[in-house]
Design a binder for this molecule. Structure first.
Ligand SMILES: [Zn+2]
Length: 280
């Protein structure tokens, strides 16, 4: 066995050699892609909050997979993350780096076409930024034709809505952005980066127009936001109610849900993941 295989990072694409990747069994390997954003998260959370959360989740799933699933010989590999997302609604604040929709789609297209060229077809995108959801759906739809693979995608909070409803102490609007949920996660995952002196509640001004921004109860109305216009200092929600304990539950429940998804994707027939355009 090679040194790389013995490394504790053997679940990460970037640490493997081409031979090790070449030997992976396409039927028994799932590749997880973290997506997120580099965007302002209020005066108290770091710019990379969204991609840090999804990348942490992806790496936890991939790293623990051997112990999670002992029934089948399978591998879960964490792909290098796409750091940036589409965040035009946050560009009014310093620090945000936003991709154009076509850039984001081109990145997805180039990444997946490189990987599928070698016969791999089992993927899962775990997203950490709400602003990416629409483009991820549109983009994977196009890739199902151009690459011939159906790439499942979801945003991690969608898998734990019941947990968020149970834990949330804020009114609806309190879990939107740099909020009760994201600040709790940060207090659990890297508390040294939470500026506790800057925690302030900022609930949406207009519930009708902005109700879409709560992880527990997304509104049906789609309306482009401008956080410089729609918030005081980049927050939508109530970070003052965040706790480390909530963050731990949120992360662990998201991890359980992701493990369950990966397991069910392994049980999915290849014919359900390759489209009629698949050529390998
Ligand atoms: Zn966020």
């Amino acid at each position: 066995m090679s040194q790389a295989n013995q490394s504790t990072n053997a679940h990460q694409w970037g640490t493997l050699t081409w031979r090790e990747i070449d030997k992976l069994d396409p039927d028994r390997t799932i590749f997880l892609l973290p997506t997120g954003a580099i965007e302002q998260h209020g005066p108290h959370l770091p710019i990379d909050t969204d991609i840090f959360n999804s990348n942490s989740l992806v790496n936890a799933v991939a790293k623990n997979w051997k112990t999670t699933d002992q029934t089948i010989d399978s591998k879960v590999i964490a792909l290098p993350p796409i750091w940036w997302g589409t965040s035009p609604h946050h560009k009014g604040f310093s620090g945000t780096i936003s991709l154009r929709i076509e850039t984001f789609h081109s990145l997805l297209s180039d990444i997946f076409s490189s990987i599928t060229q070698h016969g791999f077809y089992r993927f899962l995108i775990i997203n950490g930024h709400g602003g990416n959801a629409g483009i991820l759906n549109a983009s994977t739809g196009e890739l199902s034709e151009s690459l011939g693979v159906s790439i499942p995608t979801y945003s991690y909070w969608q898998s734990i809505i019941s947990t968020l409803i149970e834990l949330g102490e804020s009114e609806i609007g309190g879990m939107g952005h740099a909020c009760e949920m994201e600040t709790s996660l940060a207090l659990y995952l890297r508390p040294e980066l939470v500026n506790l002196n800057e925690l302030r509640q900022d609930l949406p001004k207009s519930r009708l127009a902005l109700s879409c921004i709560d992880f527990r109860q997304p509104g049906f109305l789609g309306i482009p936001l401008d956080f410089r216009r729609d918030s005081r200092e980049g927050v939508m929600g109530d970070p003052t109610l965040a706790t480390k304990e909530k963050g731990q539950r949120i992360f662990n429940d998201a991890l359980l849900a992701a493990n369950g998804l990966v397991k069910s994707l392994f049980e999915t027939e290849s014919s359900s993941l390759k489209t009629s355009h698949f050529s390998h």
